[in-house]
Design a protein around this ligand. Structure first.
Ligand SMILES: *Cc1c(COP(=O)(O)O)cnc(C)c1O
Length: 788
């Protein structure tokens, strides 16, 4: 095994002008990362060369939620333990260095993390997939609490530099906007697979002015204007939009989308010409582009523009090529998240692109007329409606495949949300159930459990073939093995407890049930239902202080979009409950509520392995897939959840009896949606009434923000844009409480509980993103593995 001490010393000198004795740990982290990077060069270049001869796929995504890189790369390169030993000898803890790395938080949540898991899986599976996106100066905001209220801070993740990317200024591309051109400068990050020579690439574009500095303006003492021009260009890649569901900052966001998509496509066309000349009819034989949600869908008219305006193909040919090149992934059916753009923005900023979209819209209308579609149906399906461009419709029309991200989600697309489209193009619709990489979410984050699994299976094969874990079923009734699992879980809980003490200043008891809900804060995810359930338990204890309950720690982690008033109200409400419950003498430590701050990938890596119970309680039909649910499962955590998203497939694989399914299903909610009367439930249910009334009866203080009253009204009155209790919290309350009682009962029998945990691990094979990426490669991209 290569030794790295000399390389570290060299990089400390060249980067910081320091000997190792004088270097800070931050600097040592940086030098070690640079040393690893340097050693990747040869395989990285070889991979690019080998891939350039074959068909490749490109994953276009406005978000890549990568998290930290050092530990992951060391693990994938099989260097982790040798470097750990080497650093130990120098008196340096590898783990300390890992903790100094800022998360690359260039994504909001599940969608961005999926992109990151896909990159890891593609590299590991030797599948030629490269990512294209935006190099935001500031990623997802940092969250902290003040008096229980969420506050946001800019995420200056580049403040100490980024050792994992290389600026490739020679490959910069000009992107044209009507109000001025900007330069797209690429930064490349190597994607290191596990146990392979293949190194894929994530290429992120940074926006810069074409002319770095307007000398004439400066010379004329127009300093402000000279700087303003630079800033206007750089604004495009300044910051990730911290919003999961709506499109604020509209024009800038549109500019971001077009910026990275145009730069990427211009480059793909240039490289194609270098290898294949102008035989553009072969473009789809060499290039597949996956559109991660609708954010990069402007790529469809942009490719047509390049082929028609710059390469002089006919519109018809260009359209044909675009349709065969692109494929589209749908991630949500939430109405407010279905992206629509006012034509005015497009006309102003991208008039030529607008012209092409308009032409596609008219062409589509013509095609539907030919098929005998009625006027009404055509009106409801066309791409431009009431001066709004419907990006999802453009996406389905302009691609060869549309996929949902879990079986249930795809069925809802086909039978409800996109029914007319499915009838028009039945062969375009596919399902690709999401997955997660077991390298980050088990091998790296839970070394104890990984080691145990490898020992039991007699090999590390599961690291690159997760279906192997099925063989763990044979140990499900072996109490010695289950006891070992219990002790590992205990150890991970103790690790989390000491981290939470350090990070939040709150003490929690590793002997209590760690009941965890971590995900973005959104009404459909129903953190409020959890809050009500906790209050229910609290009132049980208050009414009968002797009641026998298994001690529980409820852990939440979630960021709310800064402008999402209700979501922020729910955070404040949970923090108020924590204040009440955690200090109550009657409770006496039996329940504790902790809302951890700044939930992110690196925090997630500590939370998932330590969980006893996975909260996946979205309103049925609303969570397209979920991937957090899979991370819990892989770490041996039963789910309490609704039959929503991938939960359906999780219980299929792990057994209904090893999880806690409750609540109304999609069909039932569909059937009652017009007659649902939450007020009637409230009036007939004294306990639930008591709980909901805490929002308005002075139990809790929202400091006159009106947040709690607004939540109360959202449940019982509704608002201009939705009916009362839009997400059926009251409807599912009793069934959720009952499921939680079953958890309390079952947890008392430690071996019986551990068996359920174990069956979840054994059932997790399907949920590797290795499986997902191989399905995309075969069914959508039609690309082969390339062994470098
Ligand atoms: C996995 C993950 C998510 C997605 O969680 P869901 O429960 O599927 O919504 C969001 N954020 C982070 C940091 C994650 O690691």
């Amino acid at each position: 095994m290569k030794k790295y001490t000399e390389d570290i010393k060299l990089f400390l000198k060249s980067e910081f002008g320091k000997a190792i004795e004088n270097a800070s740990e931050q600097e040592i982290y940086f030098a070690l990362s640079k040393a690893i990077m340097a050693d990747l060069t040869e395989n990285w270049e070889k991979t690019k060369l080998d891939y350039s001869k074959e068909k490749q796929a490109f994953y276009f995504s406005a978000e890549f939620l990568m998290g930290r890189t050092l530990g992951n790369n060391l693990m994938n390169l099989n260097l982790y333990h040798s470097i750990q030993d080497e650093l130990d000898a120098l008196g340096i803890k590898l783990n300390t260095l890992e903790e100094l790395e800022e998360d690359a938080g260039l994504g909001n949540g599940g969608l961005g993390r999926l992109a990151a898991c896909f990159l890891d899986s593609a590299a590991t599976m030797n599948v030629p997939v490269n990512g294209y996106g935006i190099r935001y100066d500031y990623g997802i905001f940092k969250q902290y609490f003040e008096n229980g209220f969420q506050k946001e801070m800019a995420d200056n993740w580049l403040k100490n530099g980024d050792p994992w990317s290389i600026r490739k200024v020679k490959e910069a591309v000009t992107v044209h906007f009507e109000d001025g051109d900007v330069l797209a400068v690429p930064y490349d990050t190597p994607i290191v697979g596990y146990g392979t020579n293949n190194i894929n690439t994530l290429r992120l574009w940074k926006a810069e002015p074409i002319v770095p500095f307007d000398f004439d303006l400066f010379n004329d003492q127009e300093y402000d204007e000279s700087v303003a021009k630079k800033n206007r260009a750089e604004d495009i890649s300044r910051v990730l939009y911290p919003n999961d569901s709506t499109n604020e900052g509209k024009i800038l966001r549109l500019k971001q989308q077009y910026f990275f998509v145009s730069a990427s496509l211009q480059e793909l066309v240039r490289k194609f010409k270098e290898s294949h000349g102008k035989h553009f009819e072969k473009f789809p034989e060499y290039i597949a582009v996956q559109l991660n949600d609708t954010h990069p869908v402007v790529g469809i008219p942009e490719l047509i523009r390049i082929l028609v305006d710059e390469e002089h193909l006919t519109f018809k040919k260009a359209w044909q090529i675009a349709k065969e090149t692109f494929a589209y992934t749908n991630h949500t059916i939430l109405n407010e998240a279905l992206e629509k753009w006012w034509v005015g923005f497009y006309k102003e900023l991208l008039p030529r692109i607008y012209e092409i979209i308009d032409k596609l819209d008219k062409q589509f209308v013509h095609e539907l007329k030919e098929l005998g579609y009625t006027k009404e149906l055509i009106k409801s399906m066309r791409i431009i409606q009431d001066n709004m461009i419907h990006m999802a419709y453009l996406a389905i029309y302009g691609t060869k495949a549309t996929n949902g991200v879990a079986a249930l989600h795809t069925e809802i697309l086909k039978n409800q949300e996109l029914k007319d489209w499915y009838e028009l193009y039945p062969n375009r619709f596919q399902n690709k159930t999401n997955g997660i990489t077991q390298r980050r979410w088990l091998l790296l984050s839970n070394k104890q459990l990984s080691g145990f699994i490898t020992e039991l299976l007699g090999s590390e094969k599961w690291v690159t073939d997760l279906s192997e874990v099925k063989k763990l079923e044979q140990f499900a009734d072996d109490s010695a093995i289950l006891n070992k699992f219990i002790s590992i879980k205990k150890e991970k809980k103790a690790e989390l407890a000491s981290y939470i003490l350090e990070a939040e200043g709150i003490e929690i008891d590793p002997n209590s049930i760690f009941d965890i809900q971590i995900k973005r804060l959104h009404e459909y995810k129903r953190q409020l239902l959890s809050a009500f359930q906790i209050l229910n338990l609290y009132f049980d204890i208050k009414e009968n202080p002797q009641i026998d309950v298994v001690p529980r720690t409820f852990i939440f982690g979630a960021k709310a979009a800064p402008g999402y008033f209700r979501a922020k109200g729910i955070i404040k409400f949970i923090n108020e409950i924590a204040k009440l419950v955690n200090t109550d003498k009657d409770v006496n430590g039996r329940i504790k509520v902790v809302f951890v701050s700044n939930y992110r990938v690196s925090y997630a890596e500590k939370l998932f392995p330590a969980a006893d119970l996975s909260e996946q309680i979205s309103t049925a039909g609303k969570e397209a897939s979920g991937t957090g649910n899979m991370k819990f499962m892989l770490n041996g955590t039963p789910t309490i959840g609704t039959l929503d998203g991938a939960n359906v497939e999780i219980v299929e694989e792990a057994g209904l009896e090893n999880n806690y399914i409750f609540g109304a299903e999609v069909d039932e909610l569909e059937a009652i949606k017009d007659t649902y009367d939450p007020k009637a439930i409230y009036d007939a249910h004294p306990r639930l009434k008591k709980i909901i009334d805490t929002l308005i009866d002075g139990t809790f203080d929202d400091e006159e923000t009106g947040m709690f009253e607004e939540l109360y009204n959202a449940l019982l009155v509704g608002a201009s844009w939705h009916k009362a209790d839009n997400y059926f919290i009251l409807k599912d309350f009793d069934s959720y409480v009952e499921a939680q009682k079953r958890v309390d009962t079952d947890y008392r029998d430690q071996l019986k509980w551990a068996r359920k945990c174990w069956m979840n691990i054994a059932g997790a094979g399907k949920f590797s993103s290795d499986r997902t990426i191989l399905e995309y490669a075969k069914d959508i991209w039609n690309i082969a593995r390339i062994d470098v």
